[in-house]
Design a protein around this ligand. Sequence first.
Ligand code: SF4
Ligand code: SF4
Length: 122
Amino acid sequence: MAHIITSLCTRQGDCVEVCPVDCIVPAARDDSEWGDSFYIDPDACIDCGSCMSVCPPEAIFEEEDVPAEHQADITRNAAFFADGPGYWYLFKNSLAFLWARSAPDSVFKAESDFLTSAGTMI
Ligand code: SF4
Ligand code: SF4
């Protein structure tokens, strides 16, 4: 069981800042297939619920509570990691953060700060 981000997502990134296990992954905006949303790694999510309370459009649900009109998003979220580029984005975002943090004047202390700052792939 995991939490699910539905197509109501408007990509503000608030959820990334509060996830204690960094399992919320943004696809790049210019990704024509996946770039309209963020995704939750179902194997890493600990179902803490923190992301739900900060999501402005209330796009996140516990899997068993996903409304009928958003059921397809459960499959889409799973496919992003199983068949799509989910783990590639996870890896790429971490590398980009480490690169940004290594700069002498870096202001980034946490990956979530980096991913939600202006000018990143979010
Ligand atoms: S429920 Fe908790 S662990 Fe799962 S994605 Fe949301 S904040 Fe992260
Ligand atoms: S907080 Fe909600 S709208 Fe913002 S990126 Fe996360 S799921 Fe999408």
